[in-house]
Design a protein around this ligand. Sequence first.
Ligand SMILES: [Mg+2]
Length: 269
Amino acid sequence: MSYVFNHLDLIKQAVSRFPFGLITDVDGTISQTAPTPQQAKISPLCHYYLSNLCHHLALVAAISGRPAMEVRDMIKIEGMVYIGNHGLERWAGGRSEFSKDVQDYFGVIKTVIEELTPLLSIEGISIENKGVTATIHYRICHDHQLAERRILAAIEDSSQAKRLRIIQERMAVDLLPPVEVNKGTAILDLIREYNLQGGICLGDDLTDVDAFRAIHAACHDLDFQGFAIGITSQEMPKKLVEEADFILEGVNDVERFLKWLSQTVLEPS
Ligand SMILES: [Mg+2]
């Protein structure tokens, strides 16, 4: 695995391009994984450096599976772009904008959550309604494997869940509309919209693999140089490291990297 801090010269080449964008996942990347999503907080150092970078980069964006407004409320940095629900939703001008094709799924998600209510009798399981998607969390269950099996069985039995895309993440199962919108398509939209010539993408989980592939597609198809950086942990999916150009070891390393990036952007040598 290629550790970021052994390849800073190469990364610097991408950073020196203009316009340059930084796109980061939230949970497990700039915030330590918490027992429940409500308890997660952005690392103060990441917050500090992201605020700095906002003044100097063409784009600083956060992209998360959480609803866009929740991402905005967690980070609260003026000038940052907030993408929620794995790319399906964007916070702009004080409100959420949903991508086309997903409007019909608010009702489906509501029905599926009703059908999955019996799961709540298992201690530690919670179901989060995120409007056009839902997430079933089981991090605080005693027996993770058993909880996961029960969740997947309940989804199998649900009549409406068959209309959705199921993604197994770190201690959570996501239910999403079956549309071709993901973190990757959202990133390609941002690269085009901001005409980015360079970029870095940070992520720690399975849905970030789409984002990494988008960075590589942009390198191949557009005048763009960028790198995908995977944040490693004991729970990380194998695919993440396979698709990443470089790795950082946990949120503390992300803090160090954002510090380096701030210094590099401020004092280009
Ligand atoms: Mg994450």
